[in-house]
Design a protein around this ligand. Structure first.
Ligand SMILES: NC(=O)c1ccc[n+]([C@@H]2O[C@H](COP(=O)([O-])OP(=O)(O)OC[C@H]3O[C@@H](n4cnc5c(N)ncnc54)[C@H](OP(=O)(O)O)[C@@H]3O)[C@@H](O)[C@H]2O)c1
Ligand SMILES: [Zn+2]
Length: 366
């Protein structure tokens, strides 16, 4: 199963909106087939492993990281393929929460006389592998992660000269692995005007789906000569409001930018509607890399599931330097957003990142 999980991981950024899945077929100690899923190759991990195993699959043991599917999508059901190949036992690391499967894969295998085992010791690793896929299957929404680089006193930018980076090159390389695994990047017009970011995946690794870049920009302040607009390749969505000028909109659209209206409170873009639109497009994971205003608006609106905060061993101080989250903030200490399931990632020698989930009860929408 450890080898099957390793195979599945080779599908990072290559399977969305499908899950990453790895499969190993063995006869005793001898591996006779291996497979992992990628969207472009269409075939599921089990089918690829069965093809490699050929006749050796009869009576063999199958190790698969996710419950074999029982429905027909772009391919036929893997459960049926395993039954037809005559395998003896199936070991899985997790069930498939997708409502089209949800135990039906296991039921079908068992009904055909195949022994099925769920290996609980691998369940956590299997869930971590496909965190966005599991989240989407359960909630119908992408997993939204707010990522930010902060000083130890929670500041994200200096008031006078903000050139350079808060965190080190090592921390930023860590961020690139998160970006690579994400489907969508979101920022605010303030960050575009201040930093002129590209928001691309610079991991150098292949991906099956273009990383969609989204800017929240209520009045279309984004400059036509910004790096985002200049690098557009069918991958830039500007979320705006009906107050934006039609001429600006036409100028952006003429350059290939998609502009859509999401009217929200106080004349600003409605972040919840943006996330709902991303869900409709079957994006599984969204990363917010924005400034103080959008960070707070996103946290306050209840759309943020997780935070990934990179801490540099620095203190900026001052009331003028921007905090991680600005806006009005919560007015009472007891109303603070509460985080849980905290994981610490050490970035030697002196940095660390905090990965944590926003506790559902502390979100405004409950
Ligand atoms: N350390 C880091 O990791 C990091 C990351 C990103 C940025 N930054 C820093 O953050 C600073 C910029 O901060 P910022 O707060 O100005 O940028 P921001 O949060 O990226 O953008 C703020 C702007 O987004 C627009 N917006 C659209 N819909 C909104 C909504 N629902 N709620 C709130 N805003 C909405 C607003 O402008 P309109 O009303 O015109 O739409 C608002 O002024 C820069 O100095 C940058 O360097 C740091
Ligand atoms: Zn399948």
């Amino acid at each position: 199963m450890a080898e099957a999980l390793g195979l599945a991981r080779q599908g990072v950024a290559l399977t969305s909106p499908n899950p990453m899945v790895g499969c190993v077929i063995a006869r005793g100690d001898v591996v006779v087939g291996r497979g992992f899923h990628t969207w472009d190759r269409v075939k599921h991990a089990e089918v690829l492993a069965l093809e490699e195993a050929g006749d050796q699959a009869r009576g063999a043991d199958v190790y698969v990281t996710l419950e074999p599917c029982s429905h027909t999508g772009r391919t036929g059901p893997c459960a049926d393929a395993l039954i037809a190949a005559g395998v003896a036992r199936v070991f899985a690391a997790s069930g498939d929460p997708n409502p089209q499967v949800d135990g039906e894969g296991f039921r079908r295998l068992r009904a055909a006389g195949i022994e099925v085992f769920l290996l609980e010791e691998f369940e956590e690793a299997a869930a971590a592998l496909n965190e966005p896929f599991f989240h989407f299957a359960k909630t119908g929404k992408p997993l939204v992660t707010l990522k930010c680089a902060v000083t130890l006193d929670g500041k994200i930018s200096a008031p006078v000269d903000n050139t350079g980076w808060i965190t080190s090159i090592r921390a930023r390389a860590h961020v690139q692995t998160l970006r690579h695994a994400a489907d969508v990047m979101v920022t605010g017009s303030g960050t575009v005007l201040a930093d002129n970011p590209l928001l691309t995946d610079r991991s150098g690794l292949p991906r099956s789906r273009k990383l969609l870049r989204v800017v929240l920009d209520s009045t279309l302040r984004i400059p036509l000569h910004s790096r985002l607009v200049e690098s557009v390749d069918g991958d830039l969505l500007i979320a705006t409001t009906s107050a934006a000028s039609p001429e600006r909109r036409a100028a952006l659209e003429a350059r290939g930018v998609e502009v859509r209206v999401f009217d929200g409170p106080r004349g600003r873009v409605d972040i919840r509607d943006v996330v709902a639109e991303l869900a409709a497009r079957k994006y599984l994971s969204v990363m917010i890399e924005a400034g103080s205003m959008v960070n707070w608006a996103a946290l306050d609106s209840g759309v943020v599931d997780k935070v990934f905060l990179y801490y540099a061993p620095k203190i900026l101080g001052g009331l003028q330097s921007l905090p991680l989250a600005g806006g009005a903030g919560r007015q009472r200490r007891t109303d603070a957003l509460v985080l849980e399931r905290t994981k610490l990632h050490e970035i030697p020698p002196d940095e660390f990142a905090v990965e944590a989930w926003v506790k559902a009860e502390s979100r405004r929408d409950g």
